[in-house]
Design a protein around this ligand. Structure first.
Ligand code: A3P
Length: 296
C-alpha cells in the first residue's frame, strides 16, 4: 500500500516556467540550475522518445573506438548522467555528473530556456537528435503506458490532446525542437534527425565522429553501425532496459525498444486527427525552416 502511494506521488508533474517536469526534478531545481558545466562537456539533448538511447549507444561506441566490451560494462542509463534526474535517495544527475572525470558526456531532455546557464557560458558541445512529432507522440504514448513513474496517458484520444497541448513531461514538442533548431548556428550544435539515422546510419555516425573530433577507420565504423541497429539494441540487456524493475518500466505493457521505425503514426492517427494535427503543426511551427520526414 505504502509502495502504491509512493509511486502515485512520483507520477505527479510540477511546472517550471510553464514546463511540466517530474515533481522530484522540480524539487531539486536550484541544484540543477547551479550545475557547473565545463568547456569540454558534450551534452546529448533530445525531446523524450526521439532516439536518446540510440544516440547514447552510438556516442559511447565512438568514444571507445568501437570496443564493444568497454561499452558493455554498465547499463546505458548509467553511462551519461541525466542532468535533471532526481530520485532521492539515489544520487541525482547533477551529483553523478559532478563526480565524473572530464571529458564528460552528459544528457538532458530540457528545452533551451531551462538548461543550466553554465552550458551556454562554457560554450559546450551539444548533440541534438530530433524526431518527427507524430512518431514521437506515438512512442511517448506507449512509453507513458509502460512507465509507472510517469502519468498514465489515458486513451490514445486523450493522449492526443495532452500531447498537442504540451502537458506532457518536458513540455511541448514544438517549442523544444524549435528552440534548439533556432540556435543551432550560434553554438556548437550538431543537429541530427532520427529519420536520417534510419535512412543512412553510417552517414549520420560519421557526422558524430567528426563532431567528437575522432577519426575512425572504415571497419570500426561498420562495426558501430552493426552494433547500434534496432535489432541488436533490442536484444542487448544493457540497452533494452530489461534490468529496470517492472514496478518502474513494465515491458509486458509495451517494450522499451518497441518498433524503432519511421511512420508508425499511420497506425495510430485517424484521418481527422491527422488533419487536425497538420493544422496545429502549421500554426505552431510557422516561420521555422526545419523540415521533417514523415515516412521512409
Ligand atoms: P519507438 O517507441 O517508436 O519504437 P528514447 O531513447 O529517446 O526514449 O527513444 C526511444 C525510441 O527510440 C523508441 O521508439 C525506440 O524503439 C527507438 N530506438 C532506440 N534505439 C533504436 C535503434 N537502434 N534504431 C531505431 N530506433 C531505436
Amino acid at each position: 500500500m505504502a509502495m502504491t502511494t509512493e509511486l502515485g506521488e512520483q507520477k505527479q508533474l510540477k511546472e517550471v516556467a510553464g514546463i511540466p517536469l517530474q515533481a522530484t526534478t522540480v524539487d531539486n531545481w536550484s541544484q540543477i540550475q547551479k550545475f557547473e558545466a565545463k568547456p569540454d562537456d558534450l551534452l546529448i539533448c533530445t525531446y523524450p522518445k526521439s532516439g536518446t538511447t540510440w544516440i547514447q549507444e552510438i556516442v559511447d561506441m565512438i568514444e571507445h573506438n568501437g570496443d564493444v566490451e568497454k561499452c558493455q560494462q554498465v547499463i546505458i542509463q548509467h553511462r551519461h548522467p541525466f542532468i535533471e534526474w532526481a530520485r532521492p535517495p539515489q544520487p541525482s544527475g547533477v551529483e553523478k555528473a559532478s563526480a565524473m572525470p572530464s571529458p564528460r558526456i552528459l544528457r538532458t531532455h530540457l528545452p533551451t530556456q531551462l538548461l543550466p546557464p553554465s552550458f551556454w557560458e562554457n560554450n559546450c558541445k551539444f548533440l541534438y537528435v530530433a524526431r518527427n512529432a507524430k512518431d514521437c507522440m506515438v512512442s511517448y504514448y506507449h512509453f507513458q503506458r509502460m512507465n509507472q513513474i510517469l502519468p498514465d496517458p489515458g486513451t490514445w484520444e486523450e493522449y492526443f490532446e495532452t500531447f498537442i497541448s504540451g502537458k506532457v513531461p518536458w513540455g511541448p514538442w514544438f517549442d523544444h525542437v524549435k528552440g534548439w533548431w533556432e540556435i543551432r548556428d550560434r553554438y556548437e550544435i550538431l543537429f541530427l534527425f532520427f529519420e536520417d539515422m534510419k535512412r543512412n546510419l553510417k552517414h549520420e555516425i560519421q557526422k558524430v565522429v567528426h563532431f567528437m573530433g575522432k577519426n575512425l577507420d572504415e571497419t570500426v565504423l561498420d562495426k558501430i553501425v552493426q552494433e547500434t541497429s534496432f535489432e541488436k539494441m533490442k536484444e542487448n540487456p544493457l540497452t533494452n532496459r530489461s534490468t529496470v524493475p517492472k514496478s518502474i518500466l513494465d515491458q509486458s505493457i509495451s517494450p522499451f525498444m518497441r518498433k524503432g521505425t519511421v511512420g508508425d503514426w499511420k497506425n495510430h492517427f485517424t484521418v481527422s486527427q491527422n488533419e487536425r494535427f497538420d493544422q496545429i503543426y502549421r500554426e505552431k511551427m510557422e516561420g521555422t525552416s526545419i523540415k521533417f520526414c514523415m515516412d521512409l
